[in-house]
Ligand binder design. Sequence first.
Ligand SMILES: Nc1ncnc2c1ncn2[C@@H]1O[C@H](COP(=O)(O)OP(=O)(O)OP(=O)(O)O)[C@@H](O)[C@H]1O
Ligand SMILES: [Mg+2]
Length: 283
Amino acid sequence: MTTPGVQGGLDEPGFEVDEEAAAADAQVRAGDVLSRDAHLAAAEGALLRCDEVVAGYVPGVNILNGCDLYVQDGELVGIIGPNGAGKSTLLKAMFGLVTIRTGTVVLRGEDITGLKAHSLVRKGVGFVPQTENVFPSLTIEENMQMGLFQAPKRFAERFDFVAGLFPALADRRKQRAGSLSGGERQMVAMGRALMMEPSVLLLDEPSAGLSPALQDEVFIRVRQINKAGVSVVMVEQNARRCLQICDRGYVLDQGRNAYTATGRELAKDPKVIELYLGTLAKA
Ligand SMILES: Nc1ncnc2c1ncn2[C@@H]1O[C@H](COP(=O)(O)OP(=O)(O)OP(=O)(O)O)[C@@H](O)[C@H]1O
Ligand SMILES: [Mg+2]
């Protein structure tokens, strides 16, 4: 049995998940892969990493309870997990929008824990929030200018790059973002974040609320962005597709990394299927 709706929609073959074979495959168990020592060793030289991050919004209440994550240059890393697990909080903590109580965030060897978002943008970190990620009253072009407000002279050059990835946006550059469809708005949001030429892009549920066809388009675009040289950390509610396109995935549960392995390994791990994919993927 294969997962319906994923074949053909993505730009590379071979992402079908054979659940029956996977269930019988006891060789690869994500739980075994989650040795902290192995994770630490693999995180050596990472482009961006967080180690034992504890963070929360309200005093005395921790949402993240010791999160580890890394992304190497060129990687596409996915984060899945139940609602309320802390996925958005983790991205926001990495982007300086949630106070980190203990633990570190390190970018190319530099400790960036606690730095504010605008400093991180300058250092090459881009972030697309889960909601309200465009300026609806501004045109597409103006949204792109907002993305580049710290380096306005580079507009033409960067707009060309973004237009190469999203030609439809260039064609409609004078249209107000608020009049675009949900999928088009996601492209604007990603385009805006790409204007500053980030080395790593943090995406929070880019396919949320979109039709299956538009979700496919978003996943294809995320892969294209990654292939254009931008490392990506993507939170996704569409767990199966996320695992199909990512190099490595993390399952976050109650503010901790429950499992981590390659996307393929996680997608066929019986425990992950039982605990997370069963409910998440059908949602
Ligand atoms: N601004 C906030 N103030 C206080 N608590 C918050 C805030 N934002 C999120 N939380 C709490 O933090 C916990 C984790 O929320 P978070 O948004 O990180 O989850 P998530 O894994 O992204 O969930 P979802 O899949 O629904 O997007 C939740 O219990 C939520 O209520
Ligand atoms: Mg979220």
